[in-house]
Every structure is written in structure tokens, then in C-alpha cells.
Design a protein around this ligand. Structure first.
Ligand SMILES: Cc1cc2nc3c(=O)[nH]c(=O)nc-3n(C[C@H](O)[C@H](O)[C@H](O)COP(=O)(O)O)c2cc1C
Length: 358
């Protein structure tokens, strides 16, 4: 018997099942970072997934990389997210805002202040980025000073407070996918000689200090953390010390008693087992691209407590009902993942809508 439909407590949230929506950037915010007019509907449509983790949201102007991603650092951002959380709560769901600082994965054309991006070290990721004038190479970032490091941690803290003010049930700190916190972990993006570079303890320090500041501000029981061990996203190579950085990090996050750890898992099964043994609280495992018949394998094996889904949730607002009934799923349309309007955003039909059209 699968655990999929059994309830679970995650920090302050009581969830009725073990599915969740994975964070997904949809690039439909207004140019000033206020969530777009359709966002409340998009999230509310998916409320039966229980725990919705928002699209990556910048805690500051420096934190933005992509065009039209939302922020959570102005009054207008807070008001925009309040419209989302109100609709999600009315529909019975929970919303956690993912705090995503992209670090070096940014282009000055895409940020409000057009300044050079900040990163652990002055090393470009070696990839391109879509800007208003098309694809461009990402330029070399500026290495963060000690003051920048402290100021950035402070931005995470203030953004977490803003998320709560906007009615969010918590925040997820984005430490995955090649963005700022992950850059600190990785050998080829962090060549610092201060207490934030070098040893595994030092590489993990920035992520830990962000988690400490956020947990102190809003409560560890409203704080989650996402990692993607071994991921080469955005030009990263963690190097041979990668696993040790995660051991240090996870032990400290456990000491902080964060509500959950979220692993974007890409295949190192042994290390996933080790993470499970190191992490005492709720563990979310998002197995990228897993086939439907394997959805519950990590739950049933006792590795995961919750299995977030990305593209299936994007394309199936009533995914919970469809899985319960064994109904076929809508196919996601990658053409409309990023940017645009309602098409591919709020117009994926539910089973009920499909039936009424017949
Ligand atoms: C359109 C799209 C946008 C994404 N944006 C984010 C993001 O903002 N933050 C993040 O941590 N992961 C992001 N991801 C990764 C997803 O959360 C998830 O890990 C990935 O899609 C694999 O899971 P799936 O096979 O269930 O879709 C994104 C994925 C997609 C498809």
C-alpha cells in the first residue's frame, strides 16, 4: 500500500497527502517583479497538490537573472504575492515562496539596476542567457566582498519576512541548480581564500548562514532548503569535495531543525541514501523526469516523505484527482513554459472541463 495518500506534518503545515508542486519559473511577472495578473489563478488551480513551492523569486535586485521573474523585496511584490496566497488558501492549499538568488547566472540587461552580477568569485559560468535583445554570453561577475556576503544574507532575511507578510506559509531557500548558494559549494565557481572558500566547511558556510538568518527571522518550522548534489547546472563542477560539502551543510540544517530538505535527485542512489540517514526531518525528493509508475518508489522505500512533481503539475491542475482515478494526463507544452500569457499557463484543462466540452 503506497503512502502517497497519507497525511504529513511539515513544520507548521498539515498536508493531506505526499505530493507537492516543485518550484517552476514561468517568467510571467511584470517588469518590476510584481507577480502577473494570472498568477493567483495559476497557483489556485493547483491547490489540491497541497504544498505549492513557488517559482524562483529574487530576494533583491542583485538576485535576478532571468527576465520577468517575480521578486519579494518591494511593497508591490508583497501585495502581488498576497493576492496569490489568499487564492491558494481559499482553495485549501499552502504556498511556500522559493527564494532564488542567481548569483553569476545573470545579465546586466535583465536586472533593474543593470549592474555587474555578484558571485563568490569573478568566474563566468560559460553559458548564454536570454535577454530583451536575444541570447547573449553571460559576462564575468564581480567577486563578493565580505560586506557583500553579509548584505546578501541580510537580503534573504528581509525577503523571508516579506514572504510571511505576503501570507506565505514559509520559504524555500534555493541552494540548487547552479545559482548563488550552489556556486559557493562548487570548486570551479568559488576560489575564495576567506572563510567562505576552500574547505568543505567554508564552502557550506554561506548556505548555512542564509538558513540561520531566515530561520531566526520566520522560524525554522517555516523554512525549507533545496539542494541538487552533483548537478552540473549553469556550468558548475562541485569537485571531489562535493559530497563532503553537503554532509557539513545537512548536519547544520538538521541542527537548525528546518522544516524540510528538498533534494532534486539526478541519480546518485548511494548518496541519496546517505542524505536520508543524515536528515531527521521531512525529506522531499524530486526525481527529475521519473516515469509515472516510479512516482511513489522513494516514498515506499522510506527514502522520501514527499514527492514533488514539476512538469506534470504544470500541465495538470487536477493532478491529484487524475492520479487517484488513474486518468490520463495532459502533456506539458515546453513552448509555453517561459513567458507569454494564459496559453500553457492557466488553460490546461481539468478532467471536469474536458468532460463538459464533450
Ligand atoms: C519550466 C521549469 C521551470 C523551473 N524553474 C525552477 C525554479 O525556479 N526553481 C527550481 O528550484 N527548480 C526549477 N525547475 C526544476 C523543477 O523544480 C524540477 O526539479 C524539474 O522540472 C524536474 O522535475 P519533473 O521531472 O517532475 O518536472 C524548473 C523546471 C521547469 C520545467
Amino acid at each position: 500500500m503506497t503512502k502517497l495518500w497519507s497525511p504529513i506534518q511539515v513544520g507548521r503545515m498539515t498536508l493531506s497527502h505526499r505530493l507537492a508542486m516543485s518550484p517552476m519559473t514561468r517568467s510571467r511577472a511584470l517588469p518590476d517583479g510584481t507577480p502577473g495578473a494570472l498568477s493567483p489563478l495559476y497557483y489556485a488551480q493547483r491547490a489540491s497538490l497541497g504544498l505549492l513551492i513557488s517559482e524562483g523569486t529574487q530576494p533583491s535586485a542583485d538576485g535576478q537573472g532571468y527576465l520577468l521573474t517575480p521578486g519579494i523585496y518591494t511593497e508591490s511584490h508583497i501585495a502581488g504575492f498576497k493576492r496569490i496566497t489568499d487564492r491558494v488558501h481559499d482553495a485549501g492549499g499552502h504556498l511556500v515562496i522559493q527564494l532564488m538568488h542567481v548569483g553569476r547566472v545573470s545579465h546586466p540587461d535583465n536586472t533593474p539596476h543593470h549592474r555587474q552580477a555578484l558571485a563568490p568569485s569573478a568566474i563566468a559560468p560559460g553559458i548564454g542567457m536570454f535577454t530583451a535583445s536575444g541570447m547573449q554570453d553571460i559576462p564575468v561577475p564581480r567577486a563578493m566582498t565580505s560586506e557583500d556576503v553579509l548584505a546578501t544574507i541580510e537580503q534573504f532575511r528581509v525577503a523571508a519576512a516579506a514572504a510571511i507578510q505576503a501570507g506565505a506559509d514559509g520559504v524555500e531557500i534555493h541552494g540548487a541548480n547552479g545559482y548563488l548558494i550552489h556556486q559557493f559549494f562548487a570548486e570551479n565557481a568559488n576560489v575564495r581564500r576567506d572563510s567562505y572558500g576552500g574547505s568543505p566547511e567554508n564552502r557550506a558556510r554561506f548556505g548555512i548562514e542564509v538558513a540561520q538568518a531566515v530561520a531566526k527571522e520566520i522560524g525554522a518550522d517555516r523554512t525549507g532548503f533545496r539542494i541538487s548534489p552533483g548537478s552540473p547546472a549553469a556550468g558548475l563542477n562541485e569537485g571531489p569535495n562535493g559530497p563532503e560539502v553537503y554532509r557539513v551543510l545537512i548536519r547544520e540544517l538538521a541542527r537548525l531543525n528546518l522544516a524540510y530538505l528538498h533534494v532534486l535527485h539526478r541519480g546518485n542512489e548511494e548518496f541519496l541514501q546517505e542524505i536520508r540517514s543524515l536528515w531527521p526531518n521531512v525529506l522531499l525528493v524530486n526525481r527529475a523526469g521519473r516515469p509515472l509508475e516510479k512516482l511513489t518508489m522513494d516514498l515506499d522505500a522510506g527514502i522520501a516523505d514527499i514527492v514533488p512533481v514539476g512538469t506534470w503539475a504544470l500541465a495538470n491542475p487536477d493532478l491529484v484527482r487524475r492520479l487517484k482515478e488513474g486518468a490520463p494526463l495532459n502533456a506539458p507544452d515546453p513552448e509555453t513554459f517561459y513567458g507569454g500569457g494564459a496559453r500553457g499557463y492557466t488553460d490546461y484543462p481539468t478532467l471536469a472541463e474536458l468532460a463538459s466540452k464533450r
